[in-house]
Design a protein around this ligand. Structure first.
Ligand SMILES: [Zn+2]
Length: 174
């Protein structure tokens, strides 16, 4: 944890020290940074129609509860969120970057035929970041992601590898 360090953005006391980032953040600057990333993804991907409704998979995960809060913050009354227990083609599926990289890499390396093309959200946010957000927003964390030992062993000496992998895999599975 961070001690006596200052937020790189606003200079207040830092509370968050991410594994891949030398900068430190306070809760509020950290939330803003991740929300900006999620907003940008929503804006550029057309997966949610503003003033419409969205089917959101409720799998009782931290990713689901966090997504629900984020969508409410971003769209307010302009989006109706319908929680569903079973995913169909148009269902928005909460996930995290660790899971996406792991799944896509396995599909790629094992030459599987399936295509990971369902609508996802939080696919560009590390589980580590999601856990920090849940702590700030007081969302229960519950089950943690099963890590892939190969990816973790590269990430450790080369922090940021997961983001780079996600970017490369996006070209293979757009
Ligand atoms: Zn700050």
């Amino acid at each position: 944890m961070v001690t006596n360090q200052k937020c790189s953005k606003c200079g207040r006391k830092a509370t968050i020290n991410l594994s891949y980032d030398k900068r430190n953040y306070c809760d509020s600057c950290f939330l803003k940074m991740i929300e900006k990333r999620v907003r940008k993804d929503i804006r550029t991907s057309n997966k949610i129609e503003p003033r419409g409704s969205v089917k959101l998979l409720n799998d009782d995960s931290k990713e689901f509860f966090l997504t629900k809060q984020l969508l409410k913050n971003i769209f307010g009354k302009h989006l109706t969120i319908k929680e569903v227990k079973k995913a169909s083609k148009e269902t928005l599926i909460p996930t995290n970057l660790d899971r996406e990289v792991k799944e896509k890499l396995e599909i790629y390396l094992e030459n599987k035929k399936e295509k990971p093309s369902r609508k996802k959200i939080l696919h560009n946010v590390l589980e580590e970041e999601i856990i920090e957000m849940c702590r700030i927003k007081k969302i229960k964390i519950g089950k943690k992601e099963k890590k892939n030992s190969l990816i973790e062993s590269i990430e450790k000496p080369y922090p940021g590898t997961k983001f780079a992998l996600a970017k490369s895999l996006k070209k293979i599975f757009p």
